[in-house]
Ligand binder design. Structure first.
Ligand SMILES: [Zn+2]
Length: 202
């Protein structure tokens, strides 16, 4: 079949449904899967697509074997911890620029790209008590659920997986280093999906 024959033709919903039914239960060959995977390299998902994926997978659990595989593939991958600046050396000039920007954001936090309308002040549920936080830290054995290391110094922070501070169900709470907690406050869709998948026994 010539390549790109469908390029400008938009399929109707009816046709797409038909195609989806005919493909049900049909397994692609390894080669075909490889081709699909290669054709997707470098193509970023849209935000809506990512949210849809995350919702579609909500509540699904990876098997132990898959989780092991994911975890092994992430070893040494510093980006997987949500920071793309780890190990990166900034020049003196950009350090000064960053420091000025930080000071400006402290004066006017509303200008910060991560500003979400002052959510971090107030809005906590009255159920989010010291006792509950202690319980969560104890359940997580005082191990940070992001980097898997024990607490050092101060107590671990207790994080709301769905970012809803009123949802204080125990399966929505995890213990994190304060540093690690800061990391998960950006890229929220990603971290929500990450902790929702990886939550075993919560
Ligand atoms: Zn940590």
């Amino acid at each position: 079949m010539p390549k790109g024959i469908y390029k400008h033709k938009k399929l109707t919903l009816k046709t797409r449904k038909k195609m989806s039914i005919t493909h049900l239960g049909v397994k692609n060959t390894k080669e075909h899967n490889n081709n699909i995977s290669l054709s997707h390299i470098g193509i970023a998902l849209t935000k809506t697509h990512r949210i849809a994926l995350s919702l579609a997978h909500k509540g699904n659990r990876h098997t132990k074997a898959t989780r092991k595989k994911i975890s092994l593939s992430l070893i040494g991958n510093k980006r997987s911890l949500g920071s793309n600046t780890l190990g990166y050396k900034f020049t003196q000039a950009s350090k000064i620029k960053m420091s000025i920007a930080r000071k400006n954001f402290l004066k006017n936090p509303k200008k910060h790209p991560n500003w979400l309308g002052g959510l971090s002040f107030g809005n906590y549920s009255s159920k989010f008590t010291i006792g509950l936080k202690r319980k969560i830290r104890k359940r997580d054995k005082n191990i940070c659920q992001l980097c898997d290391k024990r607490k050092y110094g101060e107590e671990l922070a207790v994080h709301h997986i769905d970012y809803n501070k009123k949802n204080c169900k125990e399966n929505n709470l995890i213990a994190l280093h304060r540093r690690c907690n800061t990391k998960v406050n950006t890229n929220r869709d990603y971290w929500f999906a990450y902790f929702a998948y990886n939550g075993e026994g919560r």
